[in-house]
Design a protein around this ligand. Structure first.
Ligand code: CAA
Length: 293
């Protein structure tokens, strides 16, 4: 996507808050700042925020190197990004996007701490990849101004955002967030509020099946990935993709599918559970189905 595609779009928000500076949160902050929004990036420690900002700097520079953006656009985006040391700094935000870990309890705690600091008319979105939007919305003081905005990894590259309304989301919120996503240069797919929505309802059982294929000895890690890359034209093999997403996130999504749809076909593979219990979470811990050390 070129920067000129941003310029033609009218921005309805000025300031965006992003909670969570991990791979999804820093990607969301990246695309928002590049699109012209002032962005505050929050996480539970200053070190995490700084690591997120450093990743954004590196990824913007990568886009400069491949001439997708200019140096001036990168510098302007970096100037619009600030470290939000506390949630109080979101008091002037037009929208806050929560992108913390895929854990309902943690997300609820974040909303409880955040909401008292928000302007009454501020919108709240969650980047949850599987959890019920209606249930999360009900834990906030603004269910009608709350919805799901599910970005794909790597956020600066992937075109899609899934939009998911909760039962109480009002039309004005939906319209504003759809427009906001378009100003980021993203394409929209609307999904209903069912466990894991569309992309992960389809993608994660495929990844889980790949782990079963490994568990049952049908093929090695390399054979499984090679088979799906060359045989089905996937850009990454399913086990490589699982490492890229994070095995803890994959397991959480499978658990949400299993619990939410009560169907044994969504049972997380015991090998996936074992890897997560071992702390082998994929690229972020340097070890998953592949060894990155
Ligand atoms: N920021 C900015 N640019 C990035 C980037 C990042 N984080 N990651 C990659 N890029 C850019 C590269 O610079 C390169 O740009 P140019 O074409 O301009 O040179 C381009 O993307 C391609 O990257 P690479 O050449 O390094 O590698 P690649 O061709 O193998 O592509 C990939 C990498 C885009 C990640 C590709 O492998 C891919 O599409 N993989 C599948 C990703 C996928 O399925 N994502 C969805 C995961 S599911 C999800 O996100 C939902 C969930 O809730 C779990």
């Amino acid at each position: 996507m070129t920067s000129s595609s941003y310029e033609r779009r009218v921005m309805t928000f000025r300031k965006v808050g992003v909670i969570g500076a991990g791979q999804m949160g820093n990607g969301i902050a990246h695309v928002c700042a590049l699109a012209g929004y002032h962005v505050g990036l929050y996480d539970i420690s200053g070190d995490r925020i700084q690591a997120g900002l450093a990743t954004i700097d590196g990824n913007l520079s990568r886009q400069v190197s491949s001439e997708r953006i200019t140096t001036a656009e990168r510098d302007a985006a970096l100037e619009r990004l600030t470290a939000a040391e506390t949630m109080e700094s979101f008091e002037d935000a037009d929208i806050v996007i929560e992108s913390a870990v895929e854990n309902e309890e943690i997300k609820r705690k974040i909303f409880a701490e955040l909401c008292p600091h928000l302007r009454e008319d501020a919108l709240l979105a969650t980047n949850t990849s599987s959890i019920s939007i209606t249930r999360l919305a009900a834990s906030t003081d603004r269910p009608e101004r709350f919805m799901g905005m599910h970005f794909m990894n790597p956020v600066p590259v992937m075109e899609l955002v899934e939009l998911v309304r909760g039962i109480a989301t009002d039309d004005d919120t939906f319209d504003k967030i759809r427009h906001f996503a378009e100003t980021l240069g993203k394409k929209i797919a609307n999904a209903e509020d069912f466990p894991a929505f569309i992309v992960n309802r389809i993608l994660l059982p495929m990844i889980n099946e790949a782990v079963y294929t490994l568990y049952e000895g049908v093929g090695s890690v390399e054979s499984i990935d090679k088979a799906m890359k060359l045989g089905a034209n996937h850009p990454m093999g399913p086990l490589q993709l699982a490492d890229f997403i994070g095995l803890d996130t994959c397991l959480s999504i499978m658990q949400v599918l299993h619990d939410g749809l009560s169907d044994s076909k969504y049972r997380p593979c015991p090998l996936l559970v074992k890897y997560v219990e071992a702390g082998w979470l994929g690229r972020k811990t340097q070890r998953g189905f592949y060894d990155y050390r």
